[in-house]
Design a protein around this ligand. Structure first.
Ligand SMILES: *[C@@H]1O[C@H](CO)[C@@H](O)[C@H](O)[C@H]1NC(C)=O
Ligand SMILES: *[C@@H]1O[C@H](CO)[C@@H](O)[C@H](O)[C@H]1NC(C)=O
Ligand SMILES: *[C@@H]1O[C@H](CO)[C@@H](O)[C@H](O)[C@H]1NC(C)=O
Length: 386
């Protein structure tokens, strides 16, 4: 008998087999799909977890960094508790602190002895009239002040931390009043437009925020940058309020946009410039702040003024120091260095009479406007050299 040429599988069984394999394949493919999908979902989920985790970690690190800086400073005994106030400001601003800086930090008592222990923001009651008379979409808050009084810092702080809602364009915050931040208001407001930010602005809708600096420190800032102020002095004789050469008061000329200002001395300039702005308060809403508060109580000052004109705090309420703003830093650490050196300088009462002579001091005792000094809570330094 010849072997069968073909293995005979019953058709029915064969069909069943095929069907079984087919089902198996489908199941397999489905399982693979499931697995892949689950993997994908898992990896996406873990990615989200990771992202949240990283964010949490960053937050913790920031807090740790802050706590750590304080702990390290304290552990190394680099500071006494009287320096903690200045230390906190720099830590909050995100400035990297070197041992050298920490050692030189001003004492809180030295800050208070010069400027008192609370910020002074004057004439805030005029905000109400401003809010009632100027619609939100027209309101502007803008900075004015003599040279070297921190107008740039204040301008940047309001621009980065405050906004008035309901405007079609912009935040309503201005680096300078549209008649020019250094120009005297009686001769320039409503008649002059500054080159930067002066065009197309309704000057009556501007709330000027005037900034002033302690006249002793201020006169020394003038020695570093005189801008458009002209008076007899040189590197070895400055501020030279009373001339080292002829022992007469040194007169000062200032080139404003459309006028020339003539003053008896730098002290006369300080008196006259701020008294002129003082008188403007009877004409329209306006407020006055101190440079020293912008330095030592920045958040308080900026938030107070912002809310006063009907603005709101931006950045979800988290105060933004200039050091954290790339725009202001302009690619360098200029902002940070500025804050550190300012805190070291203006916190130090011994630098208040740097370069001053006894003649400058005596003249100033007599001619500095006592009322202005009182209104702004500035103390008088004591002469303690020879
Ligand atoms: C830390 O500083 C305080 C105050 O300046 C001082 O009295 C104390 O002796 C210092 N401690 C150390 C370990 O240097
Ligand atoms: C300028 O602003 C003031 C105050 O809001 C307003 O009374 C005046 O009508 C405005 N002028 C123009 C031309 O918009
Ligand atoms: C930063 O600002 C200074 C002074 O305003 C300017 O001289 C410098 O060119 C600026 N640097 C950059 C990188 O923009």
């Amino acid at each position: 008998m010849a072997p069968p040429s073909t293995i005979h599988v019953p058709t029915k069984t064969f069909n069943l087999l095929i069907a079984f394999v087919f089902i198996l394949c489908i199941c397999n493919v489905t399982l693979v799909f499931w697995a892949v999908e689950r993997d994908l979902v898992q990896s996406v989920a873990s990615h989200i977890d990771l992202k949240n985790g990283v964010q949490r970690l960053m937050k913790q690190m920031k807090k740790a960094r802050r706590d750590n800086l304080l702990t390290v400073a304290q552990a190394r005994n680099l500071t006494d508790p009287d320096q903690h106030y200045a230390l906190h400001i720099l830590v909050d601003a995100g400035v990297d602190l070197t041992e050298d800086v920490v050692k030189k930090l001003p004492r809180t008592s030295d800050i208070y002895s010069q400027y008192g222990d609370t910020p002074i923001i004057r004439n805030l009651q005029s905000c109400k009239r401003f809010r009632e008379t100027v619609p939100k979409d027209q309101r502007l808050l803008a900075v004015a002040g003599m040279f070297n009084t921190g107008t740039n810092i204040l301008g940047n702080l309001i621009v980065h931390n405050c906004a008035i809602a309901g405007r079609k364009k912009g935040t309503g915050m201005r680096q300078q009043v549209p008649w020019g931040k250094h120009n005297p208001p009686t001769t320039h407001r409503l008649t002059h437009k500054s080159k930067v930010g002066g065009e197309g602005v309704n000057q009556s809708a501007v709330f000027p925020l005037v900034i002033i600096k302690d006249p002793y420190h201020w006169s020394i800032s003038q020695c570093r940058h005189k801008y458009f102020t002209f008076w007899e002095h040189d590197a070895n004789n400055c501020p030279n309020i009373v001339s080292a050469w002829d022992e007469e008061p040194t007169d000062v000329t200032v080139e404003y946009a459309t006028t020339l200002g003539k003053y008896d001395t730098l002290i006369g300039l300080w008196n006259d410039w701020y008294n002129e702005y003082e008188r403007e308060s009877s004409k329209y809403p306006i407020a006055y702040v101190r440079f020293e508060d912008v330095l030592f109580h920045a958040e308080n000052v900026v938030n107070t003024v912002c809310l006063c004109v009907g603005g709101h705090i931006t950045n979800k309420g988290k105060f933004k120091y200039l050091e954290q703003s790339a725009k202001v830093n302009n690619g360098t650490h200029a902002g940070a260095n500025g804050l550190v050196s300012s805190i070291l300088r203006y916190g130090n009462p011994n630098l208040r009479l740097e370069g001053w002579t006894k003649m400058d001091y005596d003249y100033t005792q007599e001619h500095l406007d006592h009322d202005l000094m009182e209104k702004y809570g500035y103390s008088r330094p004591i002469w303690n050299r020879e």
